[in-house]
Design a protein around this ligand. Structure first.
Ligand code: SF4
Length: 512
């Protein structure tokens, strides 16, 4: 064991002791006492994290010391429901390894390697799935593709070296490969794994093993009412999800949901009844995904209308606000860009490896110039396609238009052509033109509305932005939203002129 490993082990041990002490206190259901413990934890975090923002720490401390604060009630509820061993492992792997230590390593590696370094890697253990949902592209990759255990192990081992301790799996149905996933979670017992699952293979036995390991969670796919859900996913699926939620809850496992919203189901998946159902069944967080017209057979008419997109922005933010008290935290992959600096793909915060080993910038972007069998994770991140992402991000300063495919389709066309990336859909190859054409009208319609919404809100520049140096170095420009917002002084500054000329109005990067 080298010095670096020794200090890592000692630091992890110190966190473990702190977490043990914390859990011992919080298990007593004395919420006022708990608040004091939370306060001490924020103080401890400030001691460990020397460069933490003092105002943020003070605000966090004020919030955690208030047992009536909406989010403290939420956290107390999660702690009361969660198995103690599971809670401890989750706090250690997700809190200490991924958030605390991983973030520091990742930031250092971004400076060292001058490329994107992700916080999370998503991969598909298999493309096999026991279901055939309408509009799902997964079956179109080909059902025979699988990552071997060795390939998955390589992804996690090399990802950890760069600082990534969070791994998610989709597919296909990842639980088809549960034996290998358990082996992986056991071997990398300092990482945390999240599985997007259709719920149908979740049993008591599986949940008990997950509880013992403590480092796996599930995001269960669900699409509203029994009618809207089963229409897309097949008869009886809704009941299976309800059963899986009961099983996971019984074993004290924290879990969430995964929802794809479409023109057809958007009301059903955002109704009060739906949120009540999720909180009562024990789901505590949810990822909302805008329907993407990916694949030759995708139905673009399922994309939400402009009005529906405006609606879901307000609706999700309302559910997260103090005005609402659902014990459920939804996140909207397409509309929460401003909290993560826009598009997170291409390794900026995450990327995807499909079951054939092809590295794709995003789970929705089925183009690649690298395979895990030929390159290391670092080489993938430095490949031409991923470097185009790195150089281009943020693709739009209006982060309600973050995507190089959905809202800025000319950008994906250019990146794919410039890098000669090949498409990765094995069964039904789709050209970048065919894919992007389906987004052109949508992008045009959404642009003026997104501008109006974006300008109606205030946006803070973040203290840390993981863009390329070129995009970080001019804070004045980094903060502008449209050409109108560029100050006179900035407009006349020759040093900034060249930089600014790469943008058209609306902050949109030009094609050329
Ligand atoms: S490529 Fe599009 S869908 Fe994927 S992370 Fe970026 S903005 Fe989101």
């Amino acid at each position: 064991m080298g010095l670096k490993d020794l200090s890592h082990a000692a630091e992890r041990k110190a966190f473990e002791t702190a977490i043990d002490g914390f859990l011992k206190h919080v298990k007593k259901k004395d919420y006022a006492e708990r608040s004091k413990t939370y306060g001490k934890l924020v103080d401890a975090a400030g001691t460990f994290w020397k460069d933490a923002n003092k105002d943020t720490l003070a605000a966090a401390k004020k919030a955690v010391m208030d047992p009536d604060n909406r989010w403290m009630k939420f956290i107390n509820r999660v702690i009361d429901e969660t198995d103690p061993h599971y809670a401890k492992t989750m706090l250690l792997n997700l809190g200490y390894e991924a958030f605390f230590r991983g973030t520091k390593t990742i930031r250092a590696n971004r400076e060292k390697y001058h490329c994107n370094i992700p916080w999370l890697i998503l991969f598909d253990p298999t493309m096999a799935c026991n279901m055939h949902c309408v509009g799902c592209w997964s079956g179109t990759y080909g059902h025979k593709a699988n990552l071997t255990f060795e390939q998955m192990d390589k992804i996690v081992t090399q990802g950890k070296e760069l600082g990534a301790y969070l791994y998610m799996m989709t597919g296909g149905e990842p639980t088809v490969r549960m034996k290998d996933i358990f082996r992986l979670a056991e071997k990398h017992n300092d990482c945390f794994f999240g599985l997007y699952s259709n719920s149908t293979l979740i049993t008591d036995e599986l949940a008990e093993k997950v509880r013992q390991l403590g480092n796996i969670t599930f995001m269960l796919s669900l699409e509203g009412t029994p009618d809207t859900n089963d229409e897309r996913r097949g008869n009886g699926h809704y009941a299976k999800v309800m059963e899986a939620m009961d099983i996971l809850r019984k074993h004290g496992i924290v879990f969430g949901t995964s929802v794809c919203y479409t023109r057809e189901n958007i009301e059903a998946v955002t109704s009060d009844d739906f949120f009540h159902l999720l909180e009562n069944k024990g789901a505590r967080f949810g990822f909302y995904f805008h329907f993407m017209p990916v694949g030759n057979n995708a139905v673009p008419e399922l994309m939400p209308t402009v009005e529906q997109r405006k609606y879901i922005i307000d609706r999700i933010r309302y559910v997260r606000s103090d005005k609402c008290d659902f014990s459920f935290f939804p996140m909207d992959f397409q509309n929460d860009g401003e909290y993560v600096g826009g598009c997170i793909a291409g390794g900026r915060n995450y990327f995807h490896i499909n079951s054939n080993g092809d590295a794709e910038p995003c789970v929705f972007i089925h183009f690649s110039d690298s395979n895990i069998d030929d390159k290391s994770i670092l080489e993938i991140l430095q490949s031409p396609l991923f470097m185009e992402y790195h150089k281009g991000q943020p693709f739009n300063r209006n982060q309600l238009r973050p995507c190089p495919m959905l809202e800025n389709p000319q950008l994906l066309r250019k990146m794919v052509h410039d890098t000669d990336a090949h498409q990765t859909n094995l069964e039904s190859p789709e050209s970048v033109e065919h894919l992007c054409e389906k987004c052109d009208d949508y992008a045009k319609e959404w642009a003026p509305v997104a501008e109006e919404v974006w300008k109606s809100e205030t946006h803070k520049k973040k203290s840390y932005e993981n863009y390329s140096e070129e995009h970080r170095e001019h804070p004045e420009l980094a903060a502008f939203q449209t050409e109108d917002d560029v100050t006179e002084e900035c407009r006349e500054n020759p040093e900034l002129a060249a930089y600014r000329s790469s943008y058209t109005n609306g902050g949109l990067r030009k094609e050329a």
